[in-house]
Design a protein. Structure first.
Length: 62
């Protein structure tokens, strides 16, 4: 699989949203917070971008 990078661009409105809850390891939260500091985005925005990227690029092995 080729190496892909997540590029964070200008914020866009995506319509309706819903609130979810997830347990995330502390070390991953620290990495997310570092991205927030570097990009000026909040945690919610960064996590949403990461999830969108993952869903669009996932390869399911059978």
């Amino acid at each position: 699989m080729s190496e892909k990078k997540l590029k964070i661009s200008a914020k866009k409105y995506n319509g309706d949203t819903a609130v979810i809850s997830a347990r995330i390891p502390n070390d991953l939260i620290k990495k997310i917070d570092e991205i927030c500091e570097k990009t000026g985005r909040n945690r919610n925005e960064v996590m949403q971008l990461c999830l969108e990227f993952a869903v669009e690029n996932i390869e399911i092995e059978r």
